[in-house]
Design a protein around this ligand. Structure first.
Ligand SMILES: [Zn+2]
Length: 362
């Protein structure tokens, strides 16, 4: 039954992913939505609207089997959710191509006027789905091996309750409310949070199909349904459910190293959340030197595809890596409740760190 399976060969992954897309397409019913590769489930018992995204990046196919199985079970009646659940495959064209993206990064273009390309059009088609969410969960994978799963989103009490209750990861890469993930862009989760509701981005594992990622994604999705069911029915609200789980461990990014010269490269094998020391050489021998300016944990080391001259192909990522360190205190102590309440308490939008502009959706 399980379509997963560990493989490092690109072609079989693409073939498996394409079969999974076919299964999704065969069983998905988009309900009121115009977008393809969307399933809309109406449980009829309450109105709490969950939205789940997978494969917003086309090569992050790890959670796809779990999404397919969930939709199949909802259709068969062997799984249930009393509220409204919309699940989408973010970038099916890129999944089919075995690529992260086709024209632009889908998870940067949830903008009022996205680029007129494949991802821009997909973002416009998905925005009405995101705009009605009461909670959005976006399942991602990292480009390199990662020491463990982690959440990445700004601090807000409500999002924190869902993240902790869901127990999708032990680590939370966090930042103050209003600080964007990447300046001048808008991720799917940022789009939702800017409208008010909580939204979680969970990085499950290194990209690719793996039985353990499939199992973890499945566990997280089933748990999400139960939490939302309890929360909506008043049996157990999300704050209570959160208190029943261990507190998360908070990390924050303290440095973003600009990519700069497209010839700059990291040596192979650097994994996400790897410890680095100030001055550590991160580039391959003989290449332009790239060093870690400070001690910390490496976050999102970038290995873009390269042309025959060794130059990173366009679009070159904004940063070549980021560095995170443990947050010095609980974010509630540092930043208060977060969200709109924090903005209002300070008499306007909170001033984000690093000169990043505040996230604002249309
Ligand atoms: Zn991703």
């Amino acid at each position: 039954m399980s379509p997963g399976g560990t493989t490092t060969d690109a072609e079989p992954v693409r073939m498996q992913a394409t079969r999974l897309l076919d299964r999704f397409a065969a069983v998905a019913r988009p309900g009121p939505w115009k977008a393809p590769m969307v399933h809309h489930h109406v449980g009829g018992r309450h109105g709490f609207r969950l939205v789940v995204g997978v494969c917003v990046h086309g090569d992050e196919v790890g959670p796809l089997p779990a999404a397919v199985e969930l939709v199949e079970e909802l259709r068969a009646g062997t799984e249930d959710y009393g509220g409204i659940l919309t699940i989408f495959v973010g970038n099916p064209a890129a999944v089919q191509a075995g690529r992260r993206l086709m024209d632009s990064d889908l998870n940067r273009v949830f903008l009022p006027s996205p680029p007129d390309d494949r991802e821009g059009r997909r973002a416009l088609a998905l925005q009405p789905i995101l705009a009605q969410a009461d909670l959005f969960l976006d399942l991602h994978q990292t480009g390199t091996p990662t020491a463990e799963a982690f959440y990445t989103l700004p601090w807000r009490e409500l999002d924190g309750a869902w993240a902790r209750a869901l127990a999708g990861a032990r680590l939370w890469m966090t930042r103050p409310w209003g600080q964007v993930f990447s300046t001048g862009t808008c991720c799917a989760d940022e789009y939702v949070r800017a409208l008010g509701p909580p939204a979680l981005t969970l990085e499950l594992s290194e990209k690719g199909l793996r039985p353990e990622t499939e199992a973890e994604a499945s566990r997280v999705l089933r748990r999400l349904l139960r939490l939302a069911e309890d929360h909506a029915s008043g049996r157990r609200d999300i704050h209570q459910a959160a208190r029943e789980q261990p507190e998360l461990e908070f990390m924050h990014e303290v440095l973003r190293e600009p990519f700069g010269d497209p010839r700059r490269a990291l040596r192979p094998g650097l994994s996400n959340l790897a410890s680095v020391r100030a001055g550590d050489l991160l580039s391959p021998p003989g290449a332009i030197e790239v060093r870690s300016p400070i001690d910390g944990l490496l976050v999102f080391p970038k290995y873009p595809s390269r042309d025959s001259h060794g130059r990173a192909r366009s679009p070159v990522p904004a940063e070549i890596f980021r560095i995170a360190t443990p947050l010095p205190d609980h974010p509630r102590t540092l930043w208060g409740e977060g969200g709109l309440a924090a903005d209002l308490a300070e008499g306007g939008a909170a001033e984000p760190a690093n000169g990043a502009e505040a996230a604002r959706a249309p």
